[in-house]
Write a protein that binds this ligand. Structure first.
Ligand code: AMP
Length: 270
């Protein structure tokens, strides 16, 4: 941290604007989009890599989360990151392990199925925002509920910080880049791609004027016919407040499914 602080002070003295991209590593083209945007917007870009145990509700999931530091270092230099901040657990939590409780968008989507996950997310961000006083911070729409929760958190606690959201980067077949994809076998990836494409077809078959409640009945009919090992949710929700109010034109389809032990989430604009 002290090493980082000396860079930050030098940047501040030169009046450089700073963009911050928090990640858990195993960097991929989705992260690259955030970095690109930050490089465009700011003089300097800082990426953090911290696999935050407090946001994992299963020890197994934490232990098996993909990590590949060597490649991440190369990735950051190829993508013109100015500072890669990789704190230790002690640096983040040594003095204070108090968990901040998230109070927004509770008991729905990922919050319902990963108890305490978002408490862990905002707790670590609170630490990181205190250490790295950036002008802007970048998050992906891939984790849409997370984005909404962080938006509220920043509004309440870090008013000086500008949150920039970045659309989901997808591969040619349409699936979102994700660190967790690395854990999938070739067959699982193929199955996932085919699931994704059928979901897209389903979406395209719906009228945008349909109300969300009715669309969710159709979503149920669609999803039971799919060969899914395990499903947490597959439902439309309003873009703005994540409720079931409104029509498809201002909604997204949110899903969390499993392939083997790997949990995959995505959300698709209608
Ligand atoms: P993670 O390392 O998974 O915690 O992700 C770090 C940041 O990258 C989060 O803001 C994510 O929403 C974002 N992100 C992850 N995958 C993608 C993607 N495919 N497209 C855009 N942003 C992404």
């Amino acid at each position: 941290i002290s090493n980082l602080q000396s860079y930050l002070t030098a940047y501040q003295n030169r009046k450089y604007s700073i963009g911050f991209v928090p990640t858990m590593g195993a960097l991929h083209k989705g992260h690259a989009e955030l970095i690109k945007k930050s490089n465009n917007d700011n003089h300097k870009t800082i990426v953090s890599i911290f696999v935050n145990e407090k946001q994992f509700n299963s020890k197994d999931d934490f232990n098996s989360y993909p990590r590949n530091k060597g490649q991440d270092y190369d990735f950051c230099s190829e993508n013109e990151v100015d500072i890669l901040f990789e704190p230790s657990v002690e640096e983040i939590y040594e003095n204070d392990e108090t968990i901040i409780k998230n109070i927004n968008f509770k008991n729905i989507l990922c919050d319902k199925y990963r108890k305490g996950h978002f408490d862990g997310v905002i707790t670590v961000l609170n630490k990181l925002f205190t250490i790295i006083k950036s002008n802007k911070v970048y998050f992906g729409e891939k984790d849409f509920q997370q984005l909404k929760i962080i938006e509220k958190f920043i509004e309440e606690k870090y008013k000086f910080l500008n949150l920039v959201s970045v659309p989901t980067k997808r591969n040619e077949e349409g699936i979102a880049y994700s660190s967790r994809n690395e854990k999938l076998s070739k067959k699982q990836i193929q199955d996932f791609i085919s699931f994704h494409q059928q979901t897209e077809n389903f979406l395209n078959s719906l009228e945008k004027s349909l109300d969300i409640e009715t669309a969710n009945q159709k979503a149920k009919d669609f999803i039971v016919k799919q060969d899914i090992e395990k499903l947490d949710y597959f439902e439309f929700r309003n873009n703005y407040d994540l409720s079931f109010n409104g029509t498809l034109s201002d909604s997204r389809l949110f899903y969390a499914i499993y392939k083997g032990k790997v949990r995959l989430i995505d959300n698709l604009k209608v």
